[in-house]
Design a protein around this ligand. Structure first.
Ligand code: ADP
Ligand code: MG
Ligand code: MG
Length: 254
């Protein structure tokens, strides 16, 4: 079933068109990778999907779980089950990850018409998820992201995903200089949290992230459009030949 359907999406910033007609369909249960050269519009696409306001959608439609996503404010998109990883996570002094998540989970429940989590059940759930993603409780009791290493931030983010159980996680890993440990953490999290009823879009410039995550579908975003869609074999082709041949294909109008 189509969980996310993007049709002819165009978006601009300061009057400059960045997304030039994106078509993309993601089914529940699938992991998609979006690759592409710097400046192609990958981060813009994730910003538009999560509702960051600086971009203006000029044309096209986005449907998520049967709802018109572009009509929803950003907070409601999150409550509908869209999770965006933070390339530059915010630090919140004095607020631990656990408290931050308690608020987030209860907001989500309120949106669905459910009462807040009873404290004991919340802690039980937290413990289960901790084991699942193998995170240390000391990290969870520290102020959110304050003084965290790159790997710790990623671990924390994967833990947030495990707790919030998004229907769609968008992980934008571009140019954030992830070391190999951080890449492994992200990859193993994505693999562990894969379920038939959720999906993940991994945005990456690095082929090596896809040594650990095996995507069901791979897209190449180039100059504001998805110019190629294939299976995981496309990652190997890109690794071998880079993006130049894509550019040539696009320019020769193939
Ligand atoms: P990618 O993530 O694929 O590297 P981006 O989506 O970050 O690409 O950027 C696509 C294009 O949009 C680039 O040409 C970039 O300079 C431009 N762009 C992105 N954000 C802004 C912004 N806030 N203001 C002006 N131009 C921007
Ligand atoms: Mg168009
Ligand atoms: Mg980017």
């Amino acid at each position: 079933m189509g969980l996310l359907k993007i049709k002819n999406l165009h978006a601009a910033i300061d009057g400059k068109e960045i997304l030039k007609g994106i078509d993309l369909e993601v089914n529940a249960g699938e992991v998609h990778a979006i690759m592409g050269p710097n400046g192609a519009g990958k981060s813009t696409l994730s910003a538009v999907l999560t509702g960051r306001e600086c971009f203006e959608v000029t044309e096209g439609e986005v449907w998520f779980n049967g709802k018109n996503l572009l009509e929803l404010p950003a907070e409601d998109r999150a409550r509908e089950g869209i999770f965006l990883s933070f390339q530059y996570p915010v630090e919140i002094p004095g607020v631990s990850t656990v408290n931050f998540l308690k608020t987030a989970v209860n907001e989500q429940r309120k949106y669905k018409g459910l009462p807040p989590y009873p404290a004991s059940e919340f802690l039980k759930m937290i413990r289960e998820k901790m084991e699942m993603v193998n995170i240390d409780s000391r990290l969870l009791n520290r102020s959110l992201n304050e003084g965290f290493s790159g790997g710790e931030k990623k671990k924390n983010e994967i833990f947030q995903m495990a707790v919030l159980e998004p229907k769609l996680a968008i992980l934008d890993e571009t140019d954030s200089g992830l070391d190999i440990d951080a890449l492994r953490i992200v990859a193993s999290g994505v693999n562990k949290l894969k379920r038939p009823d959720n999906s993940t879009i991994v945005i990456t410039h690095y082929q090596r992230l896809l040594d650990y995550i095996v995507p069901d579908v791979v897209h190449v975003l180039y100059d504001g459009r998805i110019v190629k869609t294939a299976g995981k074999e496309l990652v190997l082709e890109l690794e071998k030949y880079g993006y130049d041949w894509i550019k040539q294909e696009v320019e020769s109008g193939k």
